[in-house]
Design a protein around this ligand. Structure first.
Ligand SMILES: Nc1ncnc2c1ncn2[C@@H]1O[C@H](COP(=O)(O)OP(=O)(O)OP(=O)(O)O)[C@@H](O)[C@H]1O
Length: 330
């Protein structure tokens, strides 16, 4: 039987596993222009917590995720994992930490080698970190395939093209979990799947979270997906975090006008009684190459005043621990 991570020390829920502090990531566009895809973002995730990260396409969600797993060069900031700054660690230290922080992506099919059998793909991370014993690798592969709902006898020797999108996402989850990570980053893991399959994968993620005592960062542009799976939610706009609150509070009473408009723009299910729309966005998202001064949201904010154009609001903490970066919080 697959042994869960029960032996790990039980930690207090309010202990932070990950703290991202003032993270700034720049991309060079052509020879002269630069964009700040992430502009001083800060967030933290408690041990055993699921933090949702939402925002419109291009706001910097994936760039934060890629920075945490070391796939992205960072200009400035700190990424503290279990008390250690990942941006300052020695190579030796990073070799130990990397297996503990794993990521799954939106396009699971593309993330698999089409010429490699599924069983071998799942086993590969163990080989990479130096597990020499073939039998042990095989055993763990077998067990993790069962855990994610893939029949090892039937499926280990098949190729990715024989699998559906949902099954490929199960395979990438198995590849991530085989290393027994503590932190799992899910970057839009269900966005390309049919709605019925989305529910299955979300349930699987919840089960795996309990079974392996995972801490999760769950990224999606879809607020309804994030709502159910997250304990807390961070909202991002144009490279900045504009609000962080418990999932329940954020959806019940958003404090940042951007969050409120995002929530109002979620389409009602066909069966829901028709309500009057609470508000809609006006204007386009500005280019991250030329972000507006002051509050980056002021060009689209229905409540903007002069100060919003001039002074950038800080991410302030309110009673109950929720945070919002707005001069006139709702
Ligand atoms: N390698 C790159 N080179 C140049 N610009 C990039 C690169 N990667 C991302 N960007 C830009 O950085 C910004 C943030 O991108 P990012 O992918 O992090 O956003 P996102 O919120 O995850 O969006 P999506 O949901 O569409 O993936 C965007 O303007 C994007 O075009």
């Amino acid at each position: 039987m697959l042994v869960s991570i029960g032996k790990r020390e039980k930690r207090l829920k309010n202990e932070k596993l990950l703290t991202v502090n003032d993270l700034t990531v720049e991309f060079r566009i052509g020879r002269r222009r630069k964009i700040e895809a992430v502009a001083g973002a800060s967030l933290d995730i408690g041990v055993g917590e699921t933090l949702g990260l939402v925002g419109e396409s291009g706001c910097g969600k994936s760039t934060i995720a890629r920075s945490i797993v070391g796939l992205q060069k960072v200009k400035k900031g700190r990424i503290i994992y279990s008390g250690q700054d990942l941006l300052q660690c020695t190579k030796q230290r990073m070799k130990k930490i990397r297996p503990q922080v794993q990521m799954i992506f939106q396009d699971a099919v593309a993330s698999l080698n089409p010429g490699r059998k599924i069983g071998k793909s799942i086993e590969e991370p163990l080989r990479v970190i130096g597990w020499a014993d073939r039998q042990e690798r095989g055993h763990r592969t077998h067990e993790i395939m069962k855990a994610v709902g893939l029949d090892p006898e039937q499926m280990a020797s098949r190729y990715p093209h024989e699998f559906s999108g949902g099954q490929c996402q199960r395979v990438s989850l198995a590849r991530a979990l085989i290393l027994r990570p503590r932190l799992l980053i899910c970057d839009e893991p269900v966005s390309s799947l049919d709605v019925s399959i989305q529910a299955q994968i979300l349930n699987l993620l919840e089960n795996m979270k309990r079974r392996f005592e995972l801490t999760m960062l769950f990224i999606s542009h879809d607020l309804s997906v994030v709502k159910n799976i997250s304990d807390r939610v961070a909202v991002m706009y144009l490279g900045k975090i504009c609000e962080i609150a418990s999932s329940e509070e954020l959806y019940r009473s958003p404090r940042h006008p951007y969050t409120a408009l995002l929530l109002a723009s979620v389409p009602e299910p066909d069966t829901a009684p028709k309500k009057q729309k609470k508000g809609t966005f006006h204007g386009e998202i500005p280019s991250p190459a030329e972000p507006p001064p002051g509050c980056r949201f002021h060009t689209r904010c229905p409540n903007a005043k002069d100060i919003c154009i001039e002074v950038e609001p800080e991410l302030k903490r309110f009673a109950g621990g929720r945070q919002a970066a707005c001069h006139f919080p709702l």
